[in-house]
Design a binder for this molecule. Structure first.
Ligand code: GUN
Length: 283
């Protein structure tokens, strides 16, 4: 192994300690930051994610509300819940866990969340703010990736960053954040021809596809920094990312593991966004 690990658990502990201290300071001013998490249906992965989000709130001293609804909840009923939480002054962040059941229009629900409480950063107002460099909430996973690069003192200016994946949640906002730091950015996706030719030019690679072994050692320039956003299971049922870690770790200079890499950072940045939403009330 030549690459150094970017430890998402250790960085999360540091950042969450800072969040806790700021929560304490805000409480002294009479405001307890509050996050509402809505889960519709019983998707097993979603249940784990929301449990971790609520636990992170408890650990950092924030108030949290978990609303669990059956998969039969109507779109109108869900929109009414979002509206009630928009009005609730004890709640500073609203998160509707995705995916939603097929009969509910997820984008319509996201657009119903007040942009001031859109701590997931999925509202079009948040996306527009990111695109134009205006203040707003950044989506937590790419935001966490940026914090990981910052933690190793990585200077993005003039570097070539290749993002594999173009989802609204990770790939597209990731590309915009890298661009804002003056990287030259290439976005690759399922129709990209000769992915390897592009990744071999990259100083930084972010893999965010949701498929194992999207990035193998022969696709990585020696010394590149590799961030793995994937969350998959291998044939033995073990958690693994999009990157062939065992191969790529011998070529890259820095690499994020799965588990213990980007995953914990996503929840940490959700805590940061929720705290900052509450802090805006006293700013
Ligand atoms: N489902 C998978 N990741 C996320 C996320 O970051 N936010 C929400 N709301 N749903 C998700």
């Amino acid at each position: 192994m030549t690459a150094q690990l970017i430890d998402g658990n250790a960085l999360s502990r540091q950042l969450r300690a800072n969040v806790s201290a700021r929560v304490t300071a805000l409480k002294a001013k009479g405001i307890t930051p509050g996050l509402a998490v809505i889960l519709v249906g019983d998707n097993p992965a979603s249940q784990v994610y929301v449990r971790n989000k609520v636990k992170a709130c408890e650990d950092t001293g924030m108030h949290s509300v978990l609303e669990r609804w059956p998969a039969t909840l109507s779109e109108a009923e869900l929109l009414a819940r979002v509206d009630a939480l928009n009005q609730d002054t004890t709640i500073h962040g609203i998160l509707v866990q995705l995916p939603l059941p097929a009969h509910i229009d997820a984008q319509k629900v996201i657009e119903a969340i007040s942009p001031a409480k859109d701590v997931d950063g999925f509202h079009i107002a948040s996306a527009g703010a990111l695109m134009t460099g205006m203040p707003g909430f950044w989506p937590c996973t790419p935001y966490g990736c940026m914090k990981m690069l910052e933690s190793i003192g990585y200077e993005l200016k003039g570097k070539h960053a290749v993002v594999i994946g173009r989802s609204n949640i990770v790939g597209k906002p990731m590309a915009l954040m890298l661009l804002q730091q003056n990287a030259t950015v290439t976005i690759c996706h399922s129709s990209t021809q000769d992915l390897k030719a592009l990744t071999l030019q990259a100083d930084v690679i972010v893999a965010a596809v949701g498929k194992r072994n999207v990035l193998t050692a022969d696709m990585v320039k020696p010394g590149a920094v590799v961030l793995d956003v994937g969350m998959n299971r291998n044939d033995e049922g073990k958690l693994c990312g999009d990157v062939d870690f065992d191969g790529v770790k011998d070529v890259a200079s820095w690499i994020t593991p799965v588990p213990g890499g980007v995953g914990p950072m996503t929840i940490t940045m959700l805590m940061v966004n929720t705290l900052e939403s509450a802090e805006r009330l006293v700013a």
